[in-house]
Design a binder for this molecule. Structure first.
Ligand SMILES: *[C@@H]1O[C@H](CO)[C@@H](O)[C@H](O)[C@H]1NC(C)=O
Ligand SMILES: *[C@@H]1O[C@H](CO)[C@@H](O)[C@H](O)[C@H]1NC(C)=O
Ligand SMILES: *[C@@H]1O[C@H](CO)[C@@H](O)[C@H](O)[C@H]1NC(C)=O
Ligand SMILES: *[C@@H]1O[C@H](CO)[C@@H](O)[C@H](O)[C@H]1NC(C)=O
Ligand SMILES: *[C@@H]1O[C@H](CO)[C@@H](O)[C@H](O)[C@H]1NC(C)=O
Ligand SMILES: *[C@@H]1O[C@H](CO)[C@@H](O)[C@H](O)[C@H]1NC(C)=O
Ligand SMILES: *[C@@H]1O[C@H](CO)[C@@H](O)[C@H](O)[C@H]1NC(C)=O
Ligand SMILES: *[C@@H]1O[C@H](CO)[C@@H](O)[C@H](O)[C@H]1NC(C)=O
Ligand SMILES: *[C@@H]1O[C@H](CO)[C@@H](O)[C@H](O)[C@H]1NC(C)=O
Ligand SMILES: [Cu+2]
Length: 392
């Protein structure tokens, strides 16, 4: 019995959510991609104005707040430095006790490991947004403090390139990109089964894109990953969470069907214009989150080991940005708003009976790895509790 299927939920939401906001007809800009519509820009401007107005003269201030930009809108020196720092973390030893997972070989794997370990708790749940906000922050600090990266986290400007993501500098295949598609390998769509749930046949539909094999260009062409994959057509109980070493290339499988006409400015605007936290979170999940992972495909589309693709952090910075813009419309009421269960769709976990499926609260403890166990509410503000950043 498959109680909850993503397509069913998507279907419900497409019917239920009338277009709250209709974006203006898109125009081409000189820089390539589709220009941000005024409805989105107005909301982004309000967020930026409200965040800056909320800053005091101690801690996070107007003069030292970090600015997270679009990968396409930063300079080549910053892009090069970011990529260098990712390779640097890949060359550093892990800090996680490898008795937890023999496949952990480098410092990036510390992040991928805890993401795998927490997947059934931090997706389709109340923790999605605060957990990933702290995860990104942790990565930004690792890049800066351990590998000397001078910039800040950058985001993939997904809506701008919804018609053709390969036009973005994120995927243009140059040495200042994350490389392009995987080499074409004819393959069929799949249903991937999610391990760890009390519902044994929960499946995620995975379409077949135009790649499928190893990426062939860019600075991650020879990149070796080790943890995962986890979500497979049939659960592999001998290595259920992909913790065993499995050295392989980085593969992708671009699938326009979840980007073109989907990851649009209209949908981005609908997300940030959501009236309630429930609407916001379900819009992010149903219109954006799954679709952006699925567009890239292969490693990036495995819900567990997805951070194996270094572009993961830019994909999630976009999601963090959409949440930030929504919060920034009304910082008082929205900063600590939470919605969702304590597990994936509220389904009980077969390995963690101590995680009750029921509603998440802002006082719950989250597990970010290496002993970091913040409360949900510490992952919500953007300019306190150690965080200090704004999206441009
Ligand atoms: C920003 O400046 C304030 C005031 O000088 C200082 O208290 C704070 O530590 C600084 N924060 C950062 C992140 O540099
Ligand atoms: C790693 O974990 C194992 C098993 O729990 C333990 O025996 C070992 O002491 C740990 N190693 C370190 C360095 O903490
Ligand atoms: C995550 O790690 C904890 C131990 O730190 C373990 O109890 C739990 O079973 C792990 N979950 C998964 C899905 O690996
Ligand atoms: C995936 O599951 C759906 C629903 O059960 C089914 O209709 C479809 O044929 C399956 N697709 C594949 C590729 O197995
Ligand atoms: C990948 O490895 C090959 C063979 O070692 C080397 O010639 C090439 O320059 C490497 N490419 C990148 C992008 O590191
Ligand atoms: C929003 O995304 C859905 C898929 O989740 C898609 O069917 C729909 O066409 C998109 N709407 C717009 C206006 O882009
Ligand atoms: C916060 O939300 C409440 C209830 O929805 C509303 O009455 C109030 O006006 C909001 N506050 C602000 C500052 O908008
Ligand atoms: C999951 O959350 C919904 C509200 O979003 C709630 O109605 C439902 O009871 C929760 N499920 C469980 C198992 O707690
Ligand atoms: C969270 O904890 C704070 C103080 O510890 C308390 O004031 C607040 O009511 C709690 N909120 C929830 C939703 O449990
Ligand atoms: Cu995730």
């Amino acid at each position: 019995m498959r109680l909850l299927e993503i397509p069913t939920l998507l279907g419900i939401w497409i019917v239920l959510l009338s277009r709250a906001v209709v974006a203006r007809p898109a125009q081409r800009s000189n820089e390539g991609g589709i220009t941000m519509p005024s409805e989105f820009k107005t909301l982004q401007d309000t967020y930026q104005k409200n965040i800056r107005a909320s800053l005091g003269s101690n801690g996070c201030t107007d003069s030292n707040i970090s600015v997270r930009k679009s990968w396409d809108e930063t300079d080549d020196a910053t892009r090069t430095d970011y990529i260098r720092a990712v390779h640097c973390l890949a060359s550093r030893p892990p800090r996680t006790n490898t008795s937890l997972a023999g496949g952990i070989v480098n410092r990036l794997d510390d992040f991928t490991y805890i993401h795998i370990n927490q997947t059934n708790i931090i997706h389709q749940s109340g923790y999605l947004l605060p957990w990933h906000r702290l995860f990104l922050w942790d990565m930004e600090n690792a890049l800066r403090n351990e590998c000397g990266y001078k910039g800040h986290l950058l985001y993939w400007d997904i809506a701008r390139f919804s018609e053709d993501q390969t036009k973005s500098r994120v995927f243009d295949g140059s040495m200042t990109s994350f490389g392009g598609n995987g080499v074409p390998e004819p393959h069929s769509p799949d249903n991937l089964t999610i391990p760890g749930l009390a519902i044994k046949d929960f499946q995620l539909p995975m379409p077949a894109g135009t790649g499928g094999g190893c990426i062939t260009d860019g600075p991650f062409k020879n990149f070796t990953i080790s943890l995962g994959p986890v979500a497979k057509p049939v659960i592999d109980y001998s290595n259920e969470f992909g913790y065993e070493p499995n050295h392989r290339c980085l593969s992708r499988d671009f699938y326009d069907g979840t980007s073109k006409g989907v990851l649009t400015w209209a949908n981005a605007t609908k997300i940030v214009a959501s009236d309630t936290i429930h609407e916001l979170r379900t819009n992010i999940e149903n219109l954006w989150h799954f679709n952006s992972h699925t567009y890239i495909g292969r490693e990036a589309a495995d819900p567990f080991s997805t951070p194996n693709d270094p572009v993961f952090y830019l994909l999630h910075a976009q999601i963090d940005r959409l949440w930030a813009i929504w919060q920034g419309q009304d910082l008082q009421n929205r900063t600590y708003a939470i919605d969702g269960n304590r597990t994936f769709f509220g389904i009980p976990l077969d390995y963690a009976p101590n995680v009750p499926p029921s509603l998440a609260t802002i006082n719950d403890t989250m597990e970010l790895g290496l002993g970091w166990r913040p409360l949900t509410k510490e992952g919500m503000p953007m300019t306190t509790d150690g965080r200090c950043y704004i999206y441009e």
